[in-house]
Design a protein around this ligand. Sequence first.
Ligand code: ZN
Length: 435
Amino acid sequence: MLKIDIDEIDRTDCGNQIHQLIQELFPICRSITGDGVRETLSIIKKHISLDICEVPTGTQAFDWVVPQEWNIKDAYIIGPNGEKILDFKNSNLHVVNYSTAINQTMSLDELKGHIHTLPDAPDWIPYRTSYYNPGWGFCMTHKQFLMLEDGNYEVVIDSEHSDGSLTYGEFFIPGSTKDEILIFSHCCHPSLCNDNLSGVAIATFLANLMQTKESRYSYRFVFSPASIGSITWMSENEHKLANIKHGLVIAVAGDNGHMTYKKTKAENAELDIAVQVVLQQKGLEFDILDFSPWGYDERQFNSPGINLSVGRLTRTPNGCFPEYHTSADNLDFVKANALADSYATYLDVFNVLDNNYTFINQSPKCEPQLGKRGLYRKTGGHKDVGKRELAMLWVMNMSDGSQSLLDIADKSKLDFDVLVRAAADLLDCDLLAIA
Ligand code: ZN
C-alpha cells in the first residue's frame, strides 16, 4: 500500500527546491530539437538517472517525420545609429524559435514584416515559433517596436538546421505490478517558466521521491518536446503502451491560480474520479474541464489508435492567463508555494490510484460483528456513528467485487484516506479480500 504523508511535506523547502531547478533551466534556449533539450535533460539527470534517447532526423513517427535539429549561437539587430537594439543573449524569446539563418542589411519596412509584438501588452516579448513553416523573425516589446527609427538595420540570426536527432528522456520506476502510471512533461519551450519549466521541475522531484517508495504501480516519467516529441516517443515505444493504465500530463503548475483538471476522453475513467476526489478533499477551489482534442499532449495520448487514459492536471490552463507565451511567464510568475501545492496534489493522486483496490466482503451475510474484533467502539448509544466505524460499514456493505474504494468514496462522500484505513483494518481481520 502506497502511503505518502502529504501533510508531512515541508512545503517551503520543497517549493524552493523546485523553484531553484526552474532557475537553473530558465536561461537555456530549448526547441523541439537541438542542444537546448539535451542540456535540459542532462540537468534533470543530476536528480534522476534519466535515459536520454536520440531519434534521428528523418525517422518516421506515425504520420510525422522527425525534423531537422535546430541550434542557435547568436542573434541581434543593429540599428541605423550602429547600436545593438536587440540581443538574443538578453532573452532567447527575441528570436522566433526554429528561425532560419539570416545575415543581411535591410530597411525598417522590410524588417517590420518579420517582427512580432503584443500591442495589448506593450512591455512583454511574445514567444513565437516557426516549426513547420521555414522562415525567420524577431520578437520584441511593442514599446520598443514603436520607437524604431527609419533607416537600415543589420539583421543577424546565427542558427543552423541540420540532420541530427530529436531528444527525449525517460525514467522508469518498477512497482510491484506491471501496471504503469505515465507522467508526461513537455520540455521544448525556451525561457518560459509556468509553461513548462514548472511541469518539468515538478515531474523531476516527483520521480525522485517515487523511486524511494514502494508502490503497486510502476511509474514512467517522460520528458520530451510537445507534439512531435510525444508522437515520436509513442511511435518508438509502442510496445510499452499496453501497460500504461493511467497517465497525467503535468504542465503549467506554478502560477497562483487554482488547480484545473482536464478529463480523459472517456471522462469517467478511474483517473478522472481519482483526481476529482483529490481536488474535492483539498477543500480549495478547482475546475474540471471536459476532454477536447486541443491543448497539450493529452490529445496525442487520447487519439483513437493510442487510446490511453491520460488526463491533464495544471493550475490556470494554457492560454487562460495573460502571461502565457510571453516574457512575463518568468521566474517571478511561478511561486514556490504554488509549485509545492501542485507537487503535493500530484502525489495525492498517486496515493489514491495506488490504494484504489476493489475488495470482496468475506462475511457478507449481514454485518460482521466488528466489536469482537476490536474494530468498534466499546460504548453504545452515541447519536452518530464515528467516521471510522461508518467507513468500515460502507466498505463492508459495498465490497461485492464490483465497487472500488473510489466508487465507495464517491457514494459515501467519506474521505478516501478514511476508507483506505478502514479497508486496511478489515483486511487485517480477514473480513476483506482483494478482488
Ligand atoms: Zn506552450
